[in-house]
Design a protein around this ligand. Structure first.
Ligand code: AMP
Ligand code: GLY
Length: 427
């Protein structure tokens, strides 16, 4: 099978790494990929959102299966285009991807089908939005309706913060069209968890539950980032809670999409808050979580190809999936200054000493290969992933490996997994 993966981050490196182990894969391409991915797949110089060029490529190279990493590519309608051209692709259609690309669509769907989520209202008029937040008061959450690369949500602790967020989104239009409509939402309190399934629109195959760390600094402090680390499985999701999430959230969402005539194939990722009233949906994503999937795939014993293939073919109800009885921790190594201004092009040393280990993977988030050297090429350069018998062992492996890696300005969190360990990791 000839497989194309679309994207260029740690998520796509993890996907390529797992797919490269499949006996079914004869040739692997990644567009556009990164330095690390280039070690396992042939890199194709086509942007992840250039869907016409990607379809041309897939057709000309007889690609049997395309796997999409980023949401923006799905929201552009790559699945519709590929299907029209008779090309096999794993993911939701443009209309179904609205679960992620329109928060108003997602919230209205949850309301209609009684899927647990916070109270909310949708506004196109800034005056009305301001009146609503004045009426409800802070804390309150203001969200841009459209895709903003994870930056469109403001959890406002004061009324003036909430009013400021409405100004930024609706008047200053910092995210252009994506923020012209806003969702204003009740602030939920609890622990967050990422519940990710693969679905063919009828059955759902759960991946291990994971938790990510979005904030830059230890203790979940500082600005939000694309993700500073993750771990799986998240012990807070025990057997009964996993069952509750499937019965009250995942399956009702899939059925709701069918009832709406949209259907849903691909990855359904429910970002949940575990509140005192039970799990409630914060957001849906329609692709694998990054960095979560980097902590999930190393624990997947089964071949990923039949799972994705069965989802595309609508025969997932009989698909089995086996997991290692172990834990996995992923720690992101970022460039100094990230998520603000940062410099790239710094030489990374120490990676050669970490190659070919079963308990350790280094997934590249943003690197370039320059002759035999890797250079940093993004806000987050690398994700160091350790596997161990428990989370503590997995973290120890990851952090020991980090000790061997150097690049100018390298920063990382020292407390990944602290919620599951119940105390900061001493090192
Ligand atoms: P979202 O843009 O919906 O993915 O939200 C990004 C982050 O904002 C989430 O991971 C939560 O940490 C936080 N968040 C979003 N919605 C809420 C809410 N209703 N209550 C509390 N925190 C929220
Ligand atoms: N880790 C959060 C996300 O993938 O959206």
């Amino acid at each position: 099978m000839r497989v194309l993966v679309i994207g260029s981050g740690g998520r796509e490196h993890a996907l390529v790494w797992k797919l490269s182990q499949s006996p079914e894969v004869t040739k692997l391409f990644c567009a556009p990929g990164n330095g690390g991915i280039g070690e396992l797949a042939e890199l194709i110089d086509i942007g992840a959102e250039d869907i016409e060029a990607l379809a041309e490529f897939a057709e000309s190279k007889d690609i049997d299966l395309t796997v999409v990493g980023p949401e923006a590519t799905l929201a552009k309608g790559i699945v519709d285009l590929f299907e029209k051209r008779g090309l096999r692709i794993f993911g939701p259609t443009k209309a179904a991807a609205r679960l992620e690309s329109s928060k108003a669509f997602a919230k209205n769907l949850m309301k209609k089908y009684r899927i647990p989520t916070g109270q909310f209202a949708v506004f196109d008029d800034p005056q009305a939005a301001r009146a609503y937040v004045r009426q409800l008061g802070a804390p309150i959450v203001v969200k841009a309706d459209g895709l903003c690369g994870g930056k469109g949500t403001i959890v406002a602790h004061t009324l003036s913060e909430a009013l400021g967020a409405i100004d930024l989104l609706m008047e200053d239009k910092i995210f252009k069209q994506a923020g012209e409509r806003v969702v204003i939402e009740e602030r939920l309190v609890g622990e967050e968890v990422s519940c990710i399934v693969v679905t063919d629109g009828i059955a759902a195959l759960p991946m291990l539950p994971a938790q990510d760390h979005k904030r830059l600094h230890d203790g979940d402090k500082g600005p939000n980032t694309g993700g500073m680390g993750a771990y799986a499985p998240a012990p807070i999701i025990d057997g009964p809670m996993a069952k509750q999430v499937m019965e009250q959230i995942i399956m009702p969402t899939i059925h709701a999409m069918t009832s709406e005539g949209l259907g849903f194939t691909g990855v359904l990722y429910a970002g949940l808050m575990l509140t005192s009233e039970g799990p409630k949906v914060l957001e849906y994503n329609v692709r694998f979580g990054d960095p979560e999937i980097q902590a999930i795939l190393p624990l997947l014993k089964s071949d990923l190809v039949p799972i994705l293939d069965d989802a595309v073919e609508g025969r997932l109800s009989t698909t089995q999936c086996q997991w290692l009885q172990a834990s996995c921790a992923c720690v992101a190594l970022a460039s100094g200054g990230y998520p603000g201004d940062f410099q790239i092009g710094k030489e990374i040393s120490g990676l050669d000493r970490l190659a070919n280990r079963k308990d350790l993977m280094v997934f590249h988030a943003g690197t370039k290969k320059d002759r035999e050297r890797f250079l940093s090429g993004g806000g987050r350069a690398l994700n160091v992933v350790g596997v161990g018998t428990d989370l503590e062992a997995a973290l120890k492996t990851a952090y020991e490996a980090i000790g061997a890696i150097r690049f100018d300005g390298m920063t990382y969190r020292k407390d990944i997994g602290f919620r599951a360990l119940k105390k900061p990791v001493a090192r």
